[in-house]
Design a protein around this ligand. Sequence first.
Ligand SMILES: *Cc1c(COP(=O)(O)O)cnc(C)c1O
Length: 374
Amino acid sequence: MARVYNFSAGPSCLPEEVLQECAAEMMDYNGTGQSVMEMSHRSKAYEPIIQDAEAMVRKLMNVPENYKVLFVQGGGSTQFAMVAQNLGIRNKKAAYIETGVWAKKAAAEAKHLGVAVDVIASSKDKNYSYIPKVEKVEGDYDYVYICFNNTIMGTHYEYIPETGSIPLVADLSSCILSEEIDVSKFGLIFAGAQKNLAPAGVTLVIVREDLIPEPEACLPGTPTMSMYKTHADNDSMYNTPPCYTIYVLGKVLHWIEKKGGAAGIHRLNVEKAKYLYDFLDSSDFYHATTEVGSRSLMNVPFLTKYSDHDGSEAALAKEKEINDKFVKAAAAAGLVNLKGHRLVGGMRASIYNAMTLDGVKALVAFMKKFAEEN
Ligand SMILES: *Cc1c(COP(=O)(O)O)cnc(C)c1O
């Protein structure tokens, strides 16, 4: 079976070179006679794998010395709680910028844990199709929270809010290592790996050391596994880490390095995204749902002209029919997982690091043909 172009929002496509390397090493990793899946995480063969993965994160993201790089489990969603439990501890008050589902879920989790949440800006007024401009944040907040790339809405910050001495926390799940980023501007960054770095199972956390509290300083009831200190003090080996996922992550990081690191991969991502947005902006059949100046390079939701309607039942049915037809015909042409999220409708193409320019060109060629026929 031929491989398809996979536009899934997550888990998502991985570089073919990486998959081939994994396949080649499946039965016998490095002369051990075992797969990495079968190895003790405390073995001589495994230790260099996790150490190399951390070293590569530090190298590619230029992580300053005074930051810890942690590999934890529980996905991005567990970080919504851990951020509050570990950072929302002084004034038990935090500022959130509301840019869609993931930012809202993070704020709800903080509230649930007893942290007072101030929503200091929101783009709810236009269905989260843009990133609000927040020049400067002041106040007695324990942290300021942003979702840097909004996977569902297709928006991305083109600036970093100035928060002075208040730590800035950012969810980079869907844009990690898609661009260069100045880690020193953030107190904490986290990213579930399954969008841009690896299969599901590991979450990367990069946290400034002075923000890691002692166990007794965390919010009451914080489990040991939810304390950053537990993972920081044990080199992410307090318990069994997701060994195989970290192994693949390391390979993906070496692949990114070969593409020219964060800067190199960013140039490729700009080229791919521009190709798609330019087509959307010039089309009278399709349009992007996001505002210029807030557009994600990774997630591109788009609608057809059948989505601009009066809300009548007939028009809604026609819109649904066209969307379904698009997704089905695209899949038959080897372009899969293009169904839009129900909150935006239409279609969504996720074009993460591992999606090739050829894949984007194939998508645009299909879209042109579909527009002519419909
Ligand atoms: C997917 C996603 C999450 C949730 O990640 P899980 O690992 O499924 O918990 C959180 N934030 C963003 C921006 C995401 O794209």
